[in-house]
Design a protein around this ligand. Structure first.
Ligand SMILES: Cc1cc2nc3c(=O)[nH]c(=O)nc-3n(C[C@H](O)[C@H](O)[C@H](O)COP(=O)(O)OP(=O)(O)OC[C@H]3O[C@@H](n4cnc5c(N)ncnc54)[C@H](O)[C@@H]3O)c2cc1C
Ligand code: FES
Ligand code: FES
Length: 475
């Protein structure tokens, strides 16, 4: 068993042990290695100032979905222990022969910075784009910069800088920092300090045993929920369990129209996996958080966090997704709708961990759409979200799945409404009736994101939009 974690930082090997492992990565970089180019503004994944490029360690069996292993992440909510086996590049690592790199030069040429505080984050986000797009469009630049905020320059010069990079002069990180392997990655990690414990086993059985013997332990995955709780809620778990060394957690496949997504598969990887088979889900994930967040956040983490406004839950519920969990007695699967038993309460035993989520690709004669209403379009949390999966035959609904988030203690499957609206002729009266049925079936709460009545209206309007765009006058 290892008692430290090793990784490459700008090409140089680092081995970290003890308390430093429990630091947010940005704190480790700034205070332990004096790499202060990485800035921290919000400390909750919202502004991108802390963006670094990371090639995570993955087992040989993991499917490689991106051309370059380097992806941009928010270092403020990533934990240092999660760097195990990784190759990490900070803004300091971009320099070429001690001069600014081409992305930085482009920012200078195009007046992309004023106070400069956000600039390293933007430079890293643009670097992330060129790692994955050779000839980016303006829309690509806007998408890759969704997770970065600038308070003084304004975005136009920054977008211009991103598009003015001379690709002939730009060295990708894939070329500049070819992956260096860290040895002993088949060995687990156990670190105990006076304040906290970190355990990363190599088998599911060890993970379940640890979880059953340590009921207070927290599983850390992408840490996009837990990292925010760490920084803003000052929640310091005493025992941390990481599943990153367990190869089975990286399963990701589409075979015979069945999609399997392992617990360590990120939302960016999920997008790549299903972009052709389930394009409407791919499109919907474009308005989930930012590239940096999706490069860390997992589908399983989003479902396990059990927030009633989680954005993937309605989609997974209307696709009849199944959750597979593994415990000391072996594995079991259940429909996602039975996984939530109350506000943030899961049908999960003390010894069990979620290993994967499985769902079927919607058949081509199904209409599957997802919606989200938030106070701003990008990088915001939903007030209400909804997913509809319908089949229409002879101008009647022959298959209906409706899931709604933000209107109850958990994401809801509207089974009674689905039954009532099926096999009835689709016309404007049917739309009004369905809208009323849905609005009458939910009892939302009032909170900072919206009043109860507003949420009810949103539910009705989202269905009306879905019906107008997909059902009325069709089939
Ligand atoms: C800036 C920002 C924007 C965001 N935007 C959105 C958004 O648009 N829509 C949205 O829905 N969410 C959003 N989120 C929330 C977050 O990104 C998601 O909930 C994410 O999918 C969580 O995944 P993770 O891997 O980071 O989970 P973690 O934070 O690592 O864990 C989340 C929870 O899941 C549990 N868990 C993880 N893996 C397992 C497992 N294998 N078995 C059992 N339990 C497990 C953890 O113990 C924890 O309780 C946002 C977060 C941030 C910081
Ligand atoms: S400091 Fe704002 S995203 Fe990290
Ligand atoms: S240049 Fe000042 S915040 Fe962007």
């Amino acid at each position: 068993m290892r008692d430290s974690v090793s990784f490459y930082l700008n090409g140089v090997k680092k081995t970290v042990s003890g308390e430093n492992l429990f630091l947010p990565l940005s704190s480790y970089l700034r205070y332990e290695t004096q790499l202060t180019g990485t800035k921290v503004v919000c400390a909750e994944g919202d502004c991108g100032a802390c963006t670094v490029m990371l090639a995570k360690w993955k087992p040989e069996s993991a499917v490689k979905v991106t051309a370059s292993p380097y992806i941009g992440i928010n270092s403020c909510i990533a934990m240092t222990f999660a760097m195990d086996g990784a190759n990490l590049v900070t803004v300091e690592g971009l320099k070429e022969n001690n001069e600014l790199c081409e992305v930085q030069c482009s920012m200078v040429r195009n007046f992309g910075g004023q106070c400069g505080f956000c600039t390293p984050g933007f430079v890293m986000a643009i670097t992330n784009m060129f790692e994955h797009k050779k000839n980016p469009t303006e829309q690509n630049a806007k998408n890759y910069l969704t997770g970065n905020l600038c308070r003084c320059t304004g975005y136009q010069p920054i977008i211009k800088s991103a598009l003015d990079v001379d690709i002939a002069k730009h060295n990708t990180l894939n070329k500049k920092y070819p992956l260096k392997p860290v040895s002993q990655m088949t060995e687990g990690v156990l670190v105990k300090t006076a304040f906290a414990e970190y355990f990363a086993p190599v088998t599911i059985e060890e993970a379940c045993k640890y979880k059953s013997e340590n009921p207070e332990c927290t599983i850390f995955s992408g840490a996009t929920d837990l990292g925010v709780q760490f920084n803003k809620g000052h929640i310091r778990p005493k025992k941390i369990l990481s599943l990153h060394l367990i190869p089975e957690m990286y399963v990701s496949s589409v075979s015979e129209k069945v999609v399997i997504v392992g617990a360590r598969v990120t939302l960016s990887e999920l997008q790549k996996l299903i972009e052709k088979e389930v394009p409407s889900l791919d499109r919907f994930l474009n308005i989930f958080a930012s590239p940096q967040i999706k490069n860390s956040a997992t589908l399983v983490g989003n479902l396990a966090n059990a927030s009633p406004i989680a954005d993937t839950t309605p989609a997974m519920m209307s696709l009849d997704a199944k959750v597979t969990v593994y415990g000391l007695k072996g594995s079991r699967s259940m429909p996602l709708k039975d996984f939530y038993v109350g506000y943030k309460k899961l049908n999960l035993q003390q010894d069990e961990i979620i290993t994967s989520v499985t769902f079927k690709v919607p058949p081509t004669d199904h209409i599957f759409e997802n919606y989200k209403v938030s106070q701003r379009r990008d990088l915001d949390i939903s007030t209400v979200n909804a997913s509809f999966n319908f089949k229409i035959e002879n101008k009647k609904v022959s298959f209906a799945r409706i899931s709604l988030g933000g209107v109850g203690a958990t994401t809801l499957r509207m089974t009674e409404v689905e039954d009532k609206i099926s096999n009835v002729a689709i016309d404007s009266q049917w739309v009004s009736n369905t809208k009323k049925l849905l609005m009458d079936s939910v009892k939302p709460l009032t909170d900072v994101r919206g009043q109860a009545d507003y949420r009810k209206i949103l539910v009705g309007n989202l269905f009306e939009k879905f019906a107008a765009e997909n059902l009325l006058g069709k089939n």
